[in-house]
Design a protein around this ligand. Structure first.
Ligand code: AMP
Length: 349
């Protein structure tokens, strides 16, 4: 019988995972609190229920062979219920580490990787003290529930402590020293239960207003740093005994690579793989969570992925020769990811 993968979250990542699964003859069942999720159009089944709905979670878990997720802010209580019926990949270890910026930084440091200077912030006093130590510019980030630059405040002068603390409503946070990076890159890599690892080439990312705008591959990076990025990703995956695809965001500095954050899922900066690799990040993730051998992540083309945010989706005339990926979202809203395009050209390096 065809296998079914349960996916927590019904956004565009769940949609593209479902499409990759379908190509492999695998069904997906989406669990999403909001009605009419983008993934719902292409999945075999959708459950519309809250992550606190125990009955719905049980029925969902009993209807699938394995559960994965497309975003990391899943309450641990929901996992407790699901895990008594079927495995969840990537595992809890990876999820819990990446849900909390402080735990994540400690983990990364613990395996010998470089992170921005940081301090734990639980009070205004902590923040004032940390600003003395770390200096400005610095970024105050909530420990949990931040994405696309949300839950962050850039502090450029020490007298902004109160304003910054108020802006995150006094939530538990970390203060990060500002990294003077030359460029931002990310590396997308997969690992399966046999410990097999396959990495895609690092991509160079441009962010606008804290949101990814484009990813270009190859990144302008020395061969040595490309290798460093691959080895670094493998170290993270092995340390977490990870199963699935992970996105690792990195700053390239004069002293090498500094980790910004890890995402235990397929990643926006890996969308270029859909048109520039034989096996893309979505298929790789499906293979990994099903315990299948990984595909070859080699790239056959150079690629530029550009996000279509809000009204961008109505201004495609400025691009030519692209593969269009739309997410089927009904309403255009400012800042909303509506789709992306991938442009490819013959492989240069
Ligand atoms: P994040 O949500 O943590 O990924 O941050 C979003 C973007 O803000 C990053 O991709 C960077 O462009 C910028 N950023 C975040 N943290 C730092 C930092 N410590 N130093 C410099 N830039 C940062």
């Amino acid at each position: 019988m065809a296998k079914t993968i349960g996916i927590l979250g019904g956004g565009q990542l769940g949609r593209m995972l479902s499409m990759a699964a379908a190509r492999l003859g695998v069904k997906t069942h989406i669990f999403e609190p909001l009605p009419n999720p983008p993934a719902g159009d292409v999945a075999s089944k959708v459950t519309t229920a809250d992550y606190s709905d125990e009955d719905a979670l049980k029925a969902f878990a009993m209807s699938v062979d394995v559960v994965t997720y497309e975003f990391e802010n899943i309450p641990t209580e929901a996992l407790d219920i699901i895990e008594s019926f079927c495995p969840v990949y990537p595992g809890r270890n990876a999820l819990e580490t990446s849900q909390d910026r402080l735990a994540e930084k400690r983990f990364l440091e613990g395996i010998g990787l470089s992170v921005a200077p940081y301090a734990q912030i639980d009070s205004l006093k902590d923040l004032e003290g940390a600003l003395e130590e770390i200096g400005v510019p610095a970024i105050l980030k909530t420990r949990r529930f931040g994405y696309d630059g949300k839950g962050q405040f850039k502090i450029v002068a020490k007298n902004q402590a109160v304003e910054a603390f108020d802006s995150i409503k006094g939530a538990p946070a970390v203060l990060e020293g500002f990294v003077r990076f030359e460029r931002e890159i990310s590396i997308i890599a997969a690992r399966n239960k046999n410990g097999e690892i396959s990495s895609f080439d690092p991509g160079e990312n441009i962010h606008l207003d804290g949101t990814l705008h484009s990813t270009t591959v190859p990144a302008s990076l020395s061969h040595a740093l490309q290798t460093d990025a691959v080895l670094l990703a493998a170290r993270v995956l092995n340390a977490l005994d990870y199963i699935g695809v992970m996105g690792v965001e990195l700053f390239v500095t004069q002293n090498g690579l500094t980790v910004n954050e890890i995402a235990p899922r397929v990643h926006n900066s890996g969308h270029w793989t859909q048109n520039a690799c034989l096996i893309d990040q979505f298929e790789q993730h499906i293979r990994a969570v099903l315990g299948e051998p990984l595909g070859d992540g080699q790239r056959h083309s150079d690629s530029v992925m550009t996000n279509l945010i809000g009204e961008d989706v109505n201004h495609l005339e400025k691009f030519n020769n692209y593969a269009l990926h739309l997410y089927g979202k009904a309403d255009i809203k400012a800042g909303r990811k509506m789709g992306h395009i991938n442009q490819i050209s013959p492989k240069s390096t």
